[in-house]
Design a binder for this molecule. Sequence first.
Ligand code: PRT
Ligand code: ZN
Length: 287
Amino acid sequence: MDEVLRIAIQKKGRLSEQSLEIIKQCGIKFGADERVLKDRATNFPLEFLYVRDDDIPSYIADGIADIGIVGRNEYDEQGIDLTVLRDLGFAKCRLSIAVPHEFAYKDLLSLEGKRIATSYPRILGKILKEEGVKADLVSVSGAVEITPLVGVADAICDLVSTGATLAMNGLKEVQTIYRSSAVMIGRKEMGSKVKEEILSRLLLRIDAVMKASSYKYVIFNLPEAQLEAVAAVVGGMKSPTVTKLMETGWVSVQIVVAEDTFWEVFEQLKALGAQGILVTAIEKMTE
Ligand code: PRT
Ligand code: ZN
């Protein structure tokens, strides 16, 4: 049988859906409906292994899988020596210190001599050490937020996304110590030339998908006299595509705008007299 690359994906949880979505956007087809333990893409040499996220780094290290998608927090906490191939940018969250309302927290030094419950003793321990803070870390694997309430800890260090869980348990988030998002990880050496090649093909597609999602395609009508001014606004990019309109003195302009500068560019275009501004998503994009 032909050699395939094996990717480990979280079977059920916060990472599952978006991990599969990004692979789908790469044009790779597979039977995602029946989530079996193992699956094989029909049009790309990729095999899927659906497992618990905690098991992904060790499966990769042991060669059961070649690559996988996990939260950066999980990867860093386990401390298994692999490589981060790509930051996929989804499942964003932060690791924060939270304390009961009556706790007068100033900075990490406020934790000196305190008991801190966390599922991330490695990440937290490293940061406290760097800051010269000596605290008593209480390792718990779940329900970290109830530990102050039951008298097991004075403070907690846990993942937060909306903050609703902390609020519900009467805790205030006082300091973020670490930020995470989903990352694609893999062994430093794939151990076979064929696998290396499949991986670089996959990464090329992932880069195109991610690049496309960080840009917008913008089309608008503009008085021809304003073209120079618009070119200055969108400077730094390849020159805009310009088409003449039926109405004399007017042109239709097409540009690609980075998501993070989109609103500034949009306002400037309006100010320069752009009309009928149409914004669309880009599906794939390469240099
Ligand atoms: O079953 P399996 O072991 O595979 O899954 P799991 O339960 O260990 O992981 P899962 O699916 O909960 O999380 C997977 C990854 O998602 C984590 O490792 C993080 O990288 C990322 N992630 C993003 C989060 C959150 N956001 C998040 N909010 N992981 C956990 N949470 C927790 C948070 O700690 C809180 O308890 O969700 C709760 C709700 O958060 P709030 O702040 O929105 O209230
Ligand atoms: Zn888990």
